[in-house]
Design a protein around this ligand. Structure first.
Ligand SMILES: [Zn+2]
Length: 419
């Protein structure tokens, strides 16, 4: 019995390994797949045969021109993930809207679809059903059968509870504890999971360059809020229920300025776009609503004013950088990262922040603890969040669904099985 269980486990691990290797490297000849996975030629033949029979993998026979250039003059075949095997969907929820990105099993995506949904004013019980309705309508429009979508991944700005599938709090909503996973699963009969958008950016970076980001890396998101994706030993750390690494809501000063989470003095109350804009407005005696999204062109005007030497604007960016620098100093002392990556739309103004970030790091942390940490600012595209969500969603299918070989039986988020 134990022997059977062990052989099932090995088989599952090997199938998952083959799928993940093809996902990471793209189409591979069997011999290269064997080299990359460390599996024997017999194992590769057996597993690839099963995966082809199940429609998850297919053979690409190189065209004649290529084959004549091949060493033995014979057509070469490579194995690839079958795009038609299944579809997945990434949903991104942020303070300025909800976006859908459909992708096939190979990870190829369709054009992002921006939904017309006023998340802030939507009653919390209506949110899931409205998104489900939009998914149905858009899938139909694109000719994607709902039954072909095997998993949905949701990324949210704010706090995502990976156990309950709810959003305890997000600046995108007026309400708290918004149910997302359960209504989507109930209405669409598609397994669904939820995570924080900074974690999804971390997933996207690992998928882009595992060697560079796959060790211990802190991915700091700057923009409408301040988030953190924490990569520990190559794996994104979620904590007990997905609420880990809320750098933006670590307290900087008790009873400080109001944060969007409702507390006072959080780091992001200084360093998010609204924190910077509020500081400038306060100095100028202008009213400011913390809960309203900061318009990009207003932020751009403030950046230009700071670049032109305006004292009020410069002071606001300096203070934001200082608070951010002290936060990163604590983070470095805690996890000893190889690399700190700054991402998000707020990095556009990083030149205005970096001197005060550097000064705060020097004041906040002994040289020995910060000397080997590399800093990097990565160009941010919104697609990083969707990419990371799709990476995580497809990895779940590779490892936990298709690796088992029980096609069609998928374990739902809540642990319930659905057909
Ligand atoms: Zn807060």
């Amino acid at each position: 019995m134990l022997k059977k269980a062990n052989s099932d486990l090995v088989r599952r691990q090997n199938r998952g390994l083959v799928l993940e290797t093809l996902r990471q490297h793209g189409p591979l000849a069997r011999i290269t797949l064997g080299y990359q996975t460390g599996l024997s030629p017999a194992s590769i033949t057996s597993i690839s045969g099963q995966l082809i029979d199940e429609g998850l993998v297919y053979s690409i026979i190189e065209d004649e021109e290529v084959s004549t250039q091949a060493k033995r003059g014979r057509p070469q075949t490579r194995l690839a993930l079958n795009p038609q095997a299944t579809n997945v969907l990434a949903i991104s929820i942020s303070v300025d809207g909800v976006e859908l990105v459909f992708a096939d099993f190979s990870g190829a995506t369709r054009e992002p679809i921006k939904l017309r949904l006023d998340t802030y004013a939507t009653p919390k019980e209506d949110f899931g059903p409205r998104v489900a309705h939009e998914i149905k309508a858009n899938a139909k429009r694109l000719g994607i059968a709902l039954t072909s979508i095997k998993r949905i991944g949701v990324a949210v700005q704010g706090v995502a509870d990976t156990i309950s599938g709810e959003i305890p709090w997000s600046p995108a909503f007026c309400a708290r504890d918004i149910p997302v996973v359960r209504p989507l699963e109930r209405i669409l009969s598609i397994p669904c999971s939820i995570g924080n958008n900074a974690n999804m950016i971390a997933e996207a970076l690992i998928a882009t360059d595992r060697k560079k980001y796959g060790g211990t890396t802190a991915v700091v998101f700057l923009g409408h809020g301040v988030g953190l994706g924490l990569i520990l030993n190559g794996v994104v750390f979620h904590g007990a229920n997905g609420r880990a690494a809320e750098l933006g809501h670590m307290n900087h000063i008790p009873d400080g300025p109001l944060c969007r989470c409702g507390r006072h003095g959080c780091l992001e109350a200084f360093s998010a776009d609204y924190g910077i804009m509020r500081m400038a407005n306060d100095r100028r005696g202008t009213d400011f609503d913390v809960h309203a999204a900061v318009r990009d062109d207003d932020m751009r005007k403030l950046e230009l004013a700071a670049e032109a030497g305006d004292t009020v604007a410069t002071n606001a960016f300096n203070r934001a950088g200082e608070v951010l620098g002290f936060g990163i100093a604590r983070l470095i002392a805690l996890i000893n990262p190889q690399r700190v990556v700054l991402a998000g739309p707020g990095t556009r103004a990083y030149d205005l922040l970096k001197d005060s970030v550097g000064e705060a790091l020097r004041r906040g942390l002994v040289h020995d603890l910060r000397k080997n940490v590399e800093f990097e600012v990565v160009p941010f595209g919104k697609d990083m969040i969707a990419t990371g969500t799709l990476v995580e969603t497809l990895r779940h299918l590779d490892r936990d669904v298709y690796a088992t070989g029980q096609k069609g039986t998928v374990v739902e988020f809540s642990g319930r099985k659905i057909a």
